[in-house]
Design a protein around this ligand. Structure first.
Ligand SMILES: Cc1cc2nc3c(=O)[nH]c(=O)nc-3n(C[C@H](O)[C@H](O)[C@H](O)COP(=O)(O)OP(=O)(O)OC[C@H]3O[C@@H](n4cnc5c(N)ncnc54)[C@H](O)[C@@H]3O)c2cc1C
Length: 476
């Protein structure tokens, strides 16, 4: 670990000192600029890790810091001030690699993985396949491993769009194949790069992150297999939990990027035109919503606590945080005029680099439909308490009885009559796949509305809800 000005090591600093230390490390390491049109220089990335960037994701028993969700969110947010790829790489290595590695790896796998992450180029998580839809990943995944001897597996996998491709290893999601049949459950394999062949992908944006189509078609030691659980059902849930946690945490990245957008808006856009001024305040309102989502994760998520019960909240955070940040990035690009079309301008790349956030970890449209389902079905706690939801119940009644909303709602956020009327006219039994997307958007925005402290943010999401209501009627 690099030494700070005092002799205290980053893992022993208090939160304020640690975060200051990380801010100073970024400023020092990127002091001679950063070209986001090329891969991030590995020496600088390693220097950031040596300074302690990933320590909040690392368990105390492995040399990390005391568990703190706030610190996880903060390092992602600070990294966002240096551009989309910088925080994305922090998120990939922290949430998609380090956390699952520590949760599911055995001692030897963890030791090997940590060595690659902290002394090498790290790794990525390989889930998506070129031939199957990312949306229905669990059911359709074709990658597999098969025991050919007690200590050997044959692995056949094709994966694409892995962030951090070509680095030291990939955590590869695959199903076990036995007697020619694929099991339903998914496990992870810790695969060193010598077993992977790759074709680098040429992407439209995010040039600073390495992406590839990764293929594995070989035998390797069975010690690569990381079983997520002994039972099939629990294994699938554990796999899904990786994404629940990472979606809840993703708002650290998006919030940092929002701040980067706001700072660039102030720096580059004009302030002498009434409409530009209006657009700048529209960006600021999106930032306020982002703050609500950011605070939710800091307050209601813990790195040590399970997240399985927070699927709806995770999907709401992922969709809204990415939707609003993407909109803000597009608005900034527009406000730059022709400069917003210059290749490599610090602000012109944000929108293109950010666009895949609305796609990966589940495309937003799919997640909005899922939010509707998660809202209209009994939660695990309700099922345990014997609560059954009547399909004829209205959305309004559901909202009023749903503890996920009442637990965060502020008394002053009563529903305006037109929104209450809409919710009272619709029952839980909606099966129209199209309407579910728009209804899911309404539910998601209501989640922000009820807990928004700022009147301006509340007014802004209400405007969105009213547009979604129009869309619901329009789509028939
Ligand atoms: C830059 C980038 C980085 C990535 N990083 C990784 C990574 O590190 N590891 C990894 O494994 N993968 C990664 N991916 C892959 C990513 O996770 C998948 O692309 C994503 O899950 C979407 O899958 P798909 O491309 O098959 O889209 P599809 O599932 O085919 O969806 C296409 C579109 O159809 C619509 N749609 C789909 N389903 C529904 C639905 N049910 N309801 C309504 N509309 C729907 C949506 O508009 C969606 O955008 C990355 C992708 C990109 C672009």
């Amino acid at each position: 670990m690099a030494h700070s000005a005092s002799a205290t090591q980053p893992r022993d600093m208090d939160t304020a000192a640690f975060l200051q230390h990380i801010e100073a490390a970024f400023a020092r390491i990127f002091s001679d600029g950063l070209n986001l049109m090329e891969y991030l220089p590995e020496d600088k990335w390693l220097a950031l890790k040596e300074a302690g960037l990933l320590l909040p994701f690392l368990d105390e028993r492995h040399g990390g810091r005391k568990a703190s969700q706030f610190e996880i969110q903060e390092v992602l947010r600070i990294a966002g001030h240096y551009g989309v790829p910088v925080t994305l790489r922090t998120g990939i290595e922290g949430a998609l690699v380090l956390q699952p590695l520590q949760e599911f790896g055995n001692d030897a796998q963890i030791a090997q993985g940590l060595d690659w992450i902290f002394n090498g180029e790290g790794g990525g998580l390989a889930v998506t396949e070129p031939e199957t839809s990312g949306a229905a990943i669990a059911r359709e995944m074709q990658s597999y491993y098969e025991y050919t001897a007690e200590d050997t597996v044959y692995v056949r996998a094709a994966k694409y769009w892995q962030g951090n491709s070509q680095s030291d290893f990939l955590l590869v999601a695959a199903k076990e194949r036995k007697n020619g049949k694929l099991s339903k459950t998914i496990n992870l394999l810790l695969v060193p790069k010598q077993y992977i062949t790759y074709e680098a992908l040429r992407s439209e944006g995010l040039r600073a992150v390495r992406y590839a189509v990764n293929r594995i078609d070989t035998e390797m030691p069975a010690s690569a297999v990381m079983k997520l659980s002994d039972s099939d059902a629990a294994g699938l849930r554990a796999f899904q939990n990786i994404f629940i946690r990472s979606r809840l945490q993703l708002v650290g990245m998006t919030h940092g990027i929002m701040e980067y957008i706001v700072a660039n808006t102030e720096k580059f856009s004009r302030s002498d035109i009434k409409f530009v001024e209006y657009e700048r305040s529209e960006i600021a309102r999106r930032y306020q919503v982002s703050q609500v989502l950011y605070d939710f994760t800091c307050r209601h998520v813990s790195p040590e606590a399970p997240v399985a019960h927070q699927l709806m909240e995770a999907n709401i955070i992922k969709t809204l945080a990415t939707e609003y940040t993407y909109e803000a990035a597009q608005m900034l690009q527009k406000l730059l005029g022709a400069k917003g079309f210059e290749r490599g301008h610090p602000a012109s790349n944000i929108a293109i680099d950010f666009r895949p956030f609305t796609i990966f970890e589940g495309p937003n449209d799919m997640l909005y439909a899922e939010i509707y389902d998660q809202f209209t079905r009994a939660t695990a706690a309700e099922k345990e308490a014997g609560v059954k939801l009547d399909k004829n119940q209205t959305l309004l009644a559901r909202l009023q009885s749903d503890i996920r909303f009442s637990a965060v709602a502020l008394p002053e956020r009563t529903l305006p009559q037109d929104v209450a009327d809409f919710l009272a006219q619709h029952t839980l039994g909606c099966t129209c796949a199209l309407k579910k997307v728009f209804a899911g958007k309404i539910i998601a925005r209501l989640f922000v509305y009820v807990q928004a402290q700022s009147d301006e943010a509340a007014r802004f999401v209400l405007k969105g809800i009213r547009k979604d209501i129009l869309d619901c009627a329009y789509c028939g």
